[in-house]
Design a protein around this ligand. Sequence first.
Ligand code: HEC
Length: 144
Amino acid sequence: MKLILTLSTMATALVFSAAVLAHGAVTPQSIDTSTLPTLGEEWVDTNPYRELGGEVKVEIIRVGESAYAQNCARCHGLQAISGGIAPDLRELVADFDGDEWYIERVVNGAVRNGAVYMPKMNEHLNQEALWAVRSYVESLTANE
Ligand code: HEC
């Protein structure tokens, strides 16, 4: 009897953790940015990948799409189409002011009254990955 109880408790715990994972309560994933132009530690103040084109841009957008899907989509929506939980990132204008606000959010997250609405993303993602994400979202806007 005791054994059966233990087993069913374990099964419940497993189902529960699977459910938590499905809802996206996961640690942000690091992203391999070795194929992207390096930017260093110091944050630049505007998207350094915006004006690039050609194959390197294709690679930036590929990495950005993957980083977005793993780290942002659960709140900001699949393919950056917001489901209403968090702002639609496609609406953040691709200019200096938009970049300034982007940096503010990915570096500091969004915390109000002790509640974390958005975690600090640059604890897990470097600036290359985060500008690649921005470039990916901009590429979606451009294709609309
Ligand atoms: C846990 C949910 C969550 C995750 C994960 C998340 N965000 Fe957010 N994000 C939010 C919420 C909620 C807001 C709105 C914050 C507020 O209420 O001030 C926000 C706001 C932002 C803003 C400001 C948008 C605006 O129009 O004001 C940017 C930029 C942003 N997030 C980028 C990102 C990026 C890039 C990622 C992935 C690397 C990411 N977020 C991951 C929840 C999240």
